[in-house]
Design a protein around this ligand. Structure first.
Ligand code: AP5
Ligand code: ZN
Length: 249
């Protein structure tokens, strides 16, 4: 399964992608999460990206394409089963006895199946992804748009809580954690994203319509586009998504 989730801020990409990951054993590659990790680590890229993200703009295509390429080729976060690992045992020249390599010399794991969340966001990103996949002799199976009117996104965005290190998502009202402001899995604190306010949301929506709108047309022209009604409850959206993948593969 190689699929892309497209949708405006708050459509439910980050809520549904982990379900796809777990059900279909694929890598979940979320460019927003990758950028937030850079921000948290205060890397030069993180410092630059934070300004752009907080202003509701888009980080440059070159940076994002490089980031996705790197993740597809060396996904350290991939768990067994989410990837087809390269051989992890070396055969020594002298006696042909297999020897397990120490972890830092293990070859990178390559993501062969994935759900992309937040990428591609511009037509040049979509074109670069196509050529990247062509080089790997791989093809996309489907591109699913999570459709929802802008006015429903305000409450989703302003009520969202996240667990920064895992990217796990909650909602104060629609999907509350078991304990107030606490991650269900680790017990660590939840935070609000710095771009989750109405001002920035308005700008993010504008970026979505002007720059990601043409990406939808790009995939419609290729016959890969599917749509899902994202206004319904998360479990209903998930049932419908599952049906799309089961029908398409
Ligand atoms: P990114 O992190 O990708 O943000 P986004 O696209 O704005 O999307 P969100 O994460 O806000 O929404 P979501 O669809 O994941 O919603 P969620 O499931 O969490 O990108 C952030 C920034 O990074 C960008 O603005 C840009 O600057 C930069 N960037 C990233 N990728 C880039 C790229 N490729 N190129 C250039 N720049 C890039 O749900 C939202 C809330 O609603 C949650 O609280 C959830 O619990 C709740 N919810 C979800 N589904 C439902 C439902 N069905 N019913 C009720 N509540 C629901
Ligand atoms: Zn998200």
């Amino acid at each position: 399964l190689r699929t892309i989730l497209i949708g405006p801020p708050g459509a439910g990409k980050g809520t549904q992608a982990p379900r796809i990951r777990d059900e279909f054993c694929v890598c979940h590659l979320a460019t927003g999460d990758m950028l937030r990790e850079q921000v948290a680590q205060k890397t030069p890229l993180g410092k630059k990206a934070k300004k752009i993200m907080d202003a509701g703009g888009l980080v440059s295509d070159d940076i994002m394409v490089h980031m996705i390429k790197d993740q597809l080729e060396h996904n350290k976060a991939c768990k067994n089963g989410y990837v087809v690992p390269l051989p992890r045992v070396a055969v020594t020249e002298q006696n042909s006895v297999p020897r397990v390599l120490p972890p830092d010399t293990l070859p990178p794991r390559v993501c062969r199946s994935f759900v992309l969340d937040g990428f591609p966001r511009t037509v040049p990103q979509a074109e670069k992804l196509d050529s990247m996949l062509a080089d790997r002799k791989e093809k996309l199976d489907s591109v699913v748009e999570l459709e929802i009117p802008d006015q429903l996104l305000i409450s989703r965005i302003t009520g969202r809580l996240i667990h920064p290190s895992s990217g796990r998502t909650y909602h104060k009202e629609f999907q509350p954690p078991k304990k107030v402001m606490t991650d269900d899995v680790t017990g660590e604190p939840l935070i609000q994203r710095s771009d989750d306010n109405i001002d920035t949301l308005t700008k993010r929506l504008k970026s979505f319509h002007t720059q990601t709108g043409p990406v939808v047309q790009y995939y419609k022209d290729k016959g890969l586009w599917r749509r899902i009604d994202a206004t319904q409850a998360p479990s209903v959206v998930w049932d419908n998504l599952r049906q799309v993948f089961i029908a398409a593969h």
